[in-house]
Design a protein around this ligand. Structure first.
Ligand SMILES: [Zn+2]
Length: 163
């Protein structure tokens, strides 16, 4: 990718800025000018508003990459995943800070901004989002390590979705 194009896209890459349809509420990332979900697309043109995606979600699908693309040789093996965000859009990204074997469908993750790659000796460094696992909150009601019955993964989800 050219440097010019990279910088043009940078605000979106850093902010996960999408758009939301004021008519049906569907969130898009990357942002869209009209809503393809609504029956009369063109009527939504004035109703699309910028919308900030949290970057939190769950792994929807993933693959472990062993053959690296140029510039990513130092990182193999790495996990490339599709993450369904809590707002709806599906993001593609690398999952870091976890062993590839520990990644699974449904893993809770959150987008963070990391160095993606370095370009040759000129030292052009590209940043973008990667995903890191979200630690499961420990429930104070359940003694640690003793027969925890309810999966903690559902805890707090509704609070966050409402934010
Ligand atoms: Zn819509």
């Amino acid at each position: 990718m050219s440097i010019a194009r990279f910088w043009r896209e940078t605000p979106r890459r850093y902010n996960l800025g999408g758009s939301r349809c004021g008519r049906c509420g569907t969130v898009y990332f990357p942002p869209r000018a009209v809503c393809p979900t609504c029956p009369h697309h063109r009527e939504t043109l004035a109703q699309m508003a910028p919308f900030q995606i949290s970057g939190e979600g769950t792994v929807f699908s993933y693959t472990v990459v062993h053959e690296a693309a140029e510039g990513f040789e130092m990182q193999v093996p790495y996990v490339l995943a599709l993450v369904r965000t809590i707002e709806g859009p599906i993001l593609t990204g690398q999952i870091v800070d976890i062993e590839p074997s520990a990644v699974g469908i449904g893993l809770k993750v959150r987008a963070t901004f990391r160095k993606l790659r370095e370009e040759g000796k000129a030292g052009v460094i590209h940043y973008g989002y990667k995903f890191t696992p979200v630690p499961e909150p420990e429930s104070p009601a359940v003694p640690r390590g003793r027969g925890a019955g309810t999966p903690a993964s559902e805890a707090g989800r509704s609070d966050r979705a409402a934010a």
